[in-house]
Design a protein around this ligand. Structure first.
Ligand code: FAD
Ligand code: FES
Length: 364
């Protein structure tokens, strides 16, 4: 034995037919390089990560709403004076588990084709069939020991990441209008969805609604002025895809005063003449109370609805059963977690069966 490794056994003779090419694990772990990491407002930061090679291949396929597990255990803490008082105790906790994050934007940075210089006698080199580099952007809120450590990452640092994991949002056939609803920190997967709708479903009419307690609790870089709200372009994160957006705050410090669900009801009544529920779909991500209200609204108005459930997760890959979500038993099978649910209900795993579910599946 050397270095704790078992002694190699003699290898059998090579088979007559060559074995299939080894397939790498499509979920990683992969190393991602930090491109930027900038504060947005209050606790919110936006970080750009670059994947290359097998990581780029895997993350090029990320669907909006999927997530990845970040290993932040060995990242340094900020200087003591930079740690907010309310996080001073939590900051010293060891980070044993990876942390889940979804993405706000995933873009390809293609490798340019190699052309020979004019007059060069050589044949052109074959163009790389790989996906080149993938840039994935994360918006995070500093809440505890792991996210606190994320703030110290700078350009060139690396993070070990497993993913993409879980199931993302889908666009059912016949849908012509999408209502994107983000509550608090629920905006990143909807920003990513906005990007994908623009490229993959350019004829779909999308509109975004973002709600938070106050103006400062909106995880966006910049809020536009009141005129922009009147014409429906508050947030440049959606405006960059030509998607109009409305903001709602509980205290009225920005946009509509009240819950984001009330803002949507308001919008639906103003657009009742042109709105066809059968051709529309609501996509929502945010706190459970908001998802409950949105799911009920969708049911009452007969609008299809998909929700991204952000349960607290441990393994992120369906092993520990810590992310169970109570679902209606009649819609597909489920995995029992911690015993049998009452008749007519089953448990599904947020990390494996979700995090995106049809709202009708969830027992809110
Ligand atoms: C599928 C998925 C996608 C996510 N995407 C993002 C994202 O894009 N940006 C982002 O900032 N966060 C996201 N989260 C939440 C993120 O994983 C947690 O904020 C993070 O793990 C906190 O780690 P921490 O060590 O800093 O704080 P911890 O000490 O682990 O947690 C701090 C506080 O946040 C609460 N908390 C932890 N996880 C969650 C959760 N999932 N939902 C609600 N409260 C939670 C804890 O109960 C605790 O009160 C996502 C979670 C899931 C499950
Ligand atoms: S987080 Fe372990 S099963 Fe879902």
């Amino acid at each position: 034995m050397t270095d704790g490794q078992p002694v190699q056994q003699p290898q059998p003779a090579a088979p007559a037919t060559p074995p299939a090419a080894p397939s790498h694990n499509l979920k990683g772990p992969f190393e991602a390089t930090v491109l930027f990491n900038k504060p947005l407002r209050k606790c919110f930061c936006r970080m750009g990560l670059q994947f290359i090679g097998a990581g780029a291949e895997a993350f090029a396929k990320t669907r909006p709403g999927q997530f990845a597990q970040f290993d932040l255990s060995s990242i340094a803490l900020p200087a003591p004076e930079a740690i907010p008082d309310e996080l001073k105790d939590a900051a010293t906790k060891q980070i044993l588990l990876r942390r889940p994050f979804s993405f706000a934007r995933v873009a390809k940075e293609a490798v340019p084709p190699a052309h020979p210089a004019p007059g060069h006698p050589a044949h052109p080199k074959p163009v790389s069939s790989g996906v080149g580099k993938i840039i994935a952007e994360v918006v995070y809120c500093v809440l505890g020991p792991a996210t606190l450590r994320m703030t110290t990452l700078v350009k060139g640092n690396s993070i070990n990441i497993i993913g993409p994991l879980g199931n993302g949002f889908t666009v059912p056939a016949g849908k012509k209008r999408a209502l994107l609803v983000a509550g608090g920190m629920g905006s990143p997967p909807l920003e990513h969805l906005a990007q994908v709708l623009t490229t993959e479903h350019p004829t779909m009419d999308a509109i975004a609604f973002a709600g938070a307690k106050t103006k400062e609790d909106l995880p966006f870089e910049k809020l536009m002025d009141n005129l922009s709200q009147e014409i429906g372009f508050w947030l440049k994160e959606f405006g960059r895809y030509s998607i109009s957006s409305f903001v709602a705050t509980d205290d009225g410090s920005a946009g509509f005063k009240g819950f984001v669900s009330a803002c949507i009801v308001d919008w639906l009544s103003q657009n009742a003449l042109t709105f066809n529920p059968a051709e529309a779909i609501i996509y929502a991500c945010g706190p459970r109370s908001m998802l409950t209200t949105i799911a009920k609204l969708a049911r009452d108005k007969k609008i299809d609805c998909q929700v991204s459930m952000e349960e607290v997760m441990a393994c992120g890959i369906g092993l520990c059963q810590s992310c169970a979500v109570k679902c209606v038993a009649t819609v597909g099978g489920g995995i029992p977690a911690g015993g049998k649910a009452p008749t007519g209900e089953i448990y599904k795993l947020c990390c494996k069966d979700g995090p995106v579910f049809d709202a009708k599946e969830i027992v809110f």
